[in-house]
Design a binder for this molecule. Structure first.
Ligand SMILES: C[S@@+](CC[C@H](N)C(=O)[O-])C[C@H]1O[C@@H](n2cnc3c(N)ncnc32)[C@H](O)[C@@H]1O
Length: 263
């Protein structure tokens, strides 16, 4: 990859640190150093990220089983095992997916993996700009039909000042009835000091400070959607489908998961 002015190699990026947690190779020394520091404080982080990816897979399968054939994946990250288009196409090879991330590396690798696939696009855009994101998505998706909008492990990078409820509402208003919103979100619920240290690390080191939210705060972000069973729950508790999805102590997975359906 040639040098790009928008790639900051002096600071860890949330996308590349997450890639490291998941065992990926698309990260730099500065990312690995921060990720190792985070894992040193909180050894379960890689497990938590795997549980998040497992939730994403189950949520895509859930939406697909309810007839959704188009997906808008916001904060899609660096491609890794079980990307949305792979899971959705196992159900229907005609499924279309628009990937959106504001991280240039994530979008570059997404484009290189997707190649000239006419059923996918990868767009570099900030999800806090719904008009721009929706305009780009309309190149591929027909928003008069149901769509699954995925906000998986990304809304905690939208600060309270940025008004996450208004951001979600802007997407909700553009979604057809029968559309779904898929959310996972970092939480302090059930955690101790390590969650605070983790939040502090992202505040100090990255351009994307993290805001963990409680069950009630995450539930409020799904306003206007019918939240499907089992509601807003810790990651492993959201419709587990295999023994690996289940855990005796689900609260140690510091993430809440939910799917809402627009009536
Ligand atoms: C923890 S990763 C989650 C990736 C994927 N959704 C998943 O759950 O496996 C968070 C991603 O959100 C992206 N991100 C953070 N803030 C964003 C924003 N305002 N707009 C678009 N993407 C954002 C980061 O670049 C990163 O790739």
């Amino acid at each position: 990859m040639g040098e790009r002015p928008d790639i900051d190699l002096t600071r860890p990026s949330a996308a590349r640190v997450y890639d490291y947690y998941l065992g990926g190779a698309h990260n730099f020394a500065v990312d690995r150093e921060m990720a190792r520091q985070a894992i040193g404080m909180w050894p379960e982080l890689p497990l938590i990220m795997q549980a998040n990816r497992a939730f994403l897979r189950r949520a895509v399968e859930h939406c697909s089983a309810r007839g959704v054939r188009q997906f808008l994946d916001l904060g899609s990250g660096i491609p890794t095992a079980g990307n949305v288009h792979e899971v959705a196409r196992a159900v229907d090879p005609g499924a279309r997916v628009a990937y959106v991330d504001n991280d240039p590396i994530a979008v570059t690798y997404s484009k290189s993996i997707l190649g000239d696939d006419p059923q996918t696009i990868a767009v570099q855009e900030d999800l806090r700009h719904p008009d721009a994101v929706l305009a780009a998505a309309r190149d591929l998706l027909d928003l008069s039909q149901p769509v699954a909008v995925m906000m998986v492990a990304v809304l905690h990078f939208v600060t309270d000042e940025d008004g996450p409820a208004d951001v979600v509402a802007a997407y909700r208003d553009a979604m057809a009835p029968g559309s779904h919103l898929v959310v996972s979100h970092a939480t302090r619920d059930g955690q101790d000091d390590q969650a605070d240290s983790h939040q502090d690390l992202y505040r100090q080191r990255t351009a994307t400070p993290m805001t963990m939210r409680s069950h009630d705060q995450v539930r409020a972000l799904l306003a206007g959607f019918d939240v499907v069973e089992p509601g807003v729950v810790h990651l492993p508790l959201w419709r587990p489908t295999s023994p690996e999805d289940v855990d005796e102590h689900p609260e140690r997975f510091a993430g809440l998961a939910a799917v809402g359906r627009k009536p």
